[in-house]
Design a protein around this ligand. Structure first.
Ligand SMILES: [Zn+2]
Length: 468
């Protein structure tokens, strides 16, 4: 009696198991293809040669500049050469700016030069420069709260250090000094703004970056000091005597002009109108070659699409690679893309962006409806062997992706190790030697698992409720 009962139970369990397995959203076949793609990426990823090509053949590419124009041409040619089905551009309108020289020196009490760089879209000084006393603030809030008489006619110096972390979360609390400091200084009648660079290095490079420039009647020159120069100024101020600095800055605000989002697609075989968007930004700051920010991201998403395009069969839906223009100056390309494609929002299945350098991916974040978590769990089976752990469900999908996420589009976030990202970020030191070809392969391997399964899966990801 026992044997037949056991075999009956065994049969029941097998049936139940099969039922449970078939209830999983991603098919075994899709997972197998994703695994093959993942391992191919680890073996043969060509992402490094893409970022090498971009940094060597184009280099710096600030929005609307000559370098930007060459980057747009480069991206189209490269996508065509890599076998994309469709390659096209969409024009955007961008504010433009040209950096001139920026010299700073202590005049008294201990005359010596300081290494500085202008913040993005900053104005110059009058001919001959300006000389004024420096007044120090712990952070931008302290500057905002200070009485105007303490700041008027002086150089406001925001001296806040950034903490080094793997997640980069030290950036947020410090970057407000860069984005809002100039406005705060101008409103109090300061002669200029100096900030300690938003970075984690101790190199004698200053970090540039965008600041808010809208609606300010009388902007003032705004510059970042390299970390060692901020230390120097801090030490002089600590001696209790007035410190006078001379600033001589030449920048030029240019007329608005055109730039472009560059878009390439692997067209879906069954539901071509449904798209998964993977992106990076094509523009960079002007002082480095934009290898980490965001040449690596450009290479990762282009290589991901190339490998998927090499499959014998096109994926079920369309994989759309968007290389956004003018991210650095305020997500201009992403915002204009969204505005131009409002009516197609429902067709965007998911978004993701690579824009945090070239470090190893260690965490997989999502922004999915709770009913779709099982899809991420299945993806994790192929991501875990790459050393990736499951993260949270609050992913923004990356800076440009966040405009779609704000409208309820699901997002994936493959989080890179950012421990040293802010050593180089927005400096002349953001160059190709900081990109490790082997680590880039791990990135592409992870991106291909996520991207392939999202374009190939049977079901969809629904919409994520947006907080009102
Ligand atoms: Zn970036």
């Amino acid at each position: 009696m026992l044997r037949p009962l056991l075999s009956l139970t065994g049969g029941l369990i097998a049936t139940l198991l099969a039922g449970a397995l078939s209830a999983e959203p991603l098919s075994q076949e899709d997972l197998s293809v994703a695994e093959v793609l993942r391992d191919r990426a680890l073996e043969s990823s060509d992402a490094y040669s893409i970022v090498e090509s971009l940094t060597v053949e184009v280099g710096p590419r600030p929005a609307g500049s000559e370098g930007d124009r060459r980057a747009v041409a480069w991206a189209q040619e490269k996508m065509k050469a890599l076998g994309f089905d469709r390659v096209y551009t969409e024009q955007i309108e961008v504010p433009r700016w040209a950096r001139g020289h920026a010299h700073a020196r202590v005049v008294a009490p201990f005359p010596q030069p300081l290494v500085v760089t202008s913040l993005g879209y900053g104005i110059g000084t009058p001919e001959g420069g300006i000389t004024a006393e420096v007044v120090e603030f712990a952070d931008v809030d302290a500057l905002m709260k200070a009485p105007a008489r303490k700041v008027r006619g002086k150089i406001a110096f925001i001296n806040k250090r950034m903490e080094r972390t793997r997640t980069g979360e030290g950036y947020g609390p410090v970057v407000s000094g860069r984005s809002k400091g100039m406005t705060a200084a101008a409103e109090k009648g300061a002669a200029a703004l100096l900030i300690r660079s938003v970075g984690t290095d101790s190199d004698r490079f200053a970090h540039t970056g965008m600041m808010s420039i809208d609606g300010i009647e009388k902007p003032v020159p705004a510059l970042a000091l390299s970390a060692p120069d901020a230390n120097l100024l801090e030490a002089m101020l600590s001696r209790g005597k007035p410190v006078e600095v001379n600033l001589d800055v030449h920048n030029q605000r240019l007329e608005d002009g055109p730039s472009f989002n560059v878009i390439g697609e692997i067209t879906g075989r069954e539901k071509p109108e449904e798209v998964v968007i993977i992106g990076a930004h094509l523009d960079s700051w002007d002082e480095g070659t934009g290898a980490l920010d965001d040449g690596a991201g450009v290479a990762i998403v282009m290589e991901t699409a190339r490998l998927i395009g090499e499959l014998p069969l096109r994926p079920r839906r369309t994989l759309r690679v968007i290389l956004y223009g003018a991210e650095e100056i305020g997500l201009v390309g992403a915002k204009q893309y969204l505005a131009a494609h409002q009516s197609e929002l429902d067709q965007i299945v998911a978004v993701s962006e690579s824009d945090f350098g070239a470090g190893k991916i260690w965490r997989f974040d999502t922004r999915l409806p709770e009913t779709k978590f099982d899809i991420a769990d299945q993806m994790m089976r192929l991501l875990a062997p790459l050393g990736i752990e499951r993260g949270h469900n609050k992913s923004s999908g990356g800076p440009d992706s966040s405009v779609f996420v704000a409208r309820g589009v699901p997002a994936f976030g493959l989080y890179q190790d950012g421990t040293d990202y802010f050593d180089y970020h927005h400096t002349p030191n953001d160059t190709l030697d900081k990109v490790d070809p082997e680590i880039l392969k791990q990135n592409v391997a992870a991106w291909i698992v996520m991207s392939f399964l999202a374009v190939e899966m049977e079901g969809d990801l629904g919409r994520v409720p947006v907080a009102q």
